[in-house]
Design a protein. Structure first.
Length: 410
């Protein structure tokens, strides 16, 4: 399909795949209650709209940090937290767990689901990691086990292994381990370690190498009964926006595995495009008015297409602010001073406006009111003419028709 046709049919797919039916039944003294005011207010999305939260500091009360946190929580229900081995455990046996737990608690306080990233990766390997694989593997296994188990209940979603299709090219301990086993076997081992540590966790396989090699790895994991719970696709676009047809084709390709797709690292710039391959721009990399306009227009189309595809379950932006953004790029939804770019306002309008259910009406003669809403959580309130009220918190699941009965107090 062309991009125009994909976009033209997006709202139809959203209506079909992202919404379900709710019937509210109100009774009064056991009898149907007609003419009762019913308010259906969405409180959370089932779909995960996320961002990495690497600049977030829960104890920092500075004006910049306060605005960062407010704008982050206003838009997102999903946050990626950093567990890079060399940063998390710069000295053996001395992990920085308390900082990550504080971040996870902040997420919980703001109804944001945290995800840890990454447990196994060939980059950010600590200098003290043994080169002898007989010594490395027990340490790597214990790292995965202790983090997944130790953070259980606080963090139950993990990017378990990162970019393993290209790890054999990297000459360091983790790269050599993946090369020795092969990417599929290494990924299967890491996923098994994490699964044993927390059988209820959501485990993500993550890669930028969206190619035949990645597809083959997923097929091998499925055949070995070690499949991940989600397929992660990185989509950093420092060199230019992906054609929307390519985005759709990727969703179709990986959707055939019948495993939810997470777009785990999405970057679209609001300044000039990358001039050198994967190198920070030491001279500065400003956001521009023209670039911000281009960023907003593309991202609105990108999110609409991804949200409309039934296989996609999450989108994570990378980074929230231009402040300390990866490579110094103008990648943020907000600027360095935390003022919102046009892209932030557009996403907020979509996520908390167009794709957010707020309905008010009255029950019919049978005491019932029907509506459709986006999958997620709701607070439903019924108020009688004489002011008696009752409320309930409910969740509308995917492919579910929810029937909720509210009984007015005497």
């Amino acid at each position: 399909m062309t991009a125009d046709k994909i976009l033209a049919t997006a709202n139809q797919r959203i209506e079909r795949s992202r919404k379900g039916d709710i019937t509210v039944v109100v009774t009064d003294k056991g009898q149907p209650a007609p003419g009762v005011k019913v308010e259906i207010a969405q409180t959370g999305h089932e779909f995960l709209f996320g961002c990495n939260a690497y600049v977030l500091r829960p104890t920092d009360k500075s004006p910049l940090q306060r605005v960062y946190q407010e704008r982050f929580a206003a838009l997102f229900n999903y946050a990626t937290l950093p567990f890079y081995w060399g940063g998390y455990e710069p000295e053996p046996g001395k992990p920085d767990a308390e900082h990550l737990k504080a971040l996870a608690r902040w997420c919980a306080d703001h109804n944001i689901r945290p995800k840890g990233h990454p447990l196994v990766w060939h980059e950010v390997v600590p200098a003290w990691a043994p080169r002898d694989l007989r010594k490395l593997v027990p340490l790597l296994r214990e790292r995965v086990r202790s983090i997944v188990a130790g953070f259980g209940g606080l963090i139950d979603t993990w990017d378990v292994i990162n970019e393993s299709t290209v790890s054999p090219k990297i000459d360091n301990p983790v790269g050599r381990w993946v090369k020795q086993l092969g990417p599929a076997q290494a990924a299967g081992e890491a996923l098994s370690w994490a699964r044993a540590a927390n059988p209820h966790a959501t485990l993500v396989l993550n890669d930028f190498n969206v190619s035949a090699a990645y597809e083959e790895q997923i097929r091998a994991l499925m055949k070995a009964r070690r499949a991940p719970d989600a397929i992660g696709i990185q989509s950093h676009m420092h060199g230019g926006e992906w054609p929307l047809e390519r985005v759709w084709e990727g969703c179709e390709t990986y959707g055939r595995f019948k495993i939810p797709i997470h777009f785990t690292e999405t970057t679209v710039l609001s300044g000039r495009l990358r001039s050198r391959d994967w190198q920070p721009d030491a001279a500065g990399w400003p956001s521009t008015i023209r670039g911000e306009r281009r960023q907003a227009e593309y991202v609105e189309k990108l999110y609409r297409i991804l949200f409309s595809h039934p296989a996609v379950a999450a989108i994570t932006w990378w980074d929230f602010s231009d402040l300390n953004a990866w490579q110094g790029a103008p990648a943020g939804l907000v600027r360095k001073d935390m003022s919102p770019k046009p892209v932030y306002r557009r996403l907020l309008r979509m996520v908390k406006g167009e794709w957010w259910t707020q309905i008010s009406g009255k029950t019919g003669p049978d005491g019932e009111m029907d509506c459709r809403g986006f999958y997620g959580t709701y607070r439903i309130t019924a108020t009688s003419r004489d002011g008696r009220a009752v409320s309930a918190d409910v969740r509308l699941f995917k492919r579910d028709r929810r029937r909720v009965t509210l009984r007015l107090p005497a």
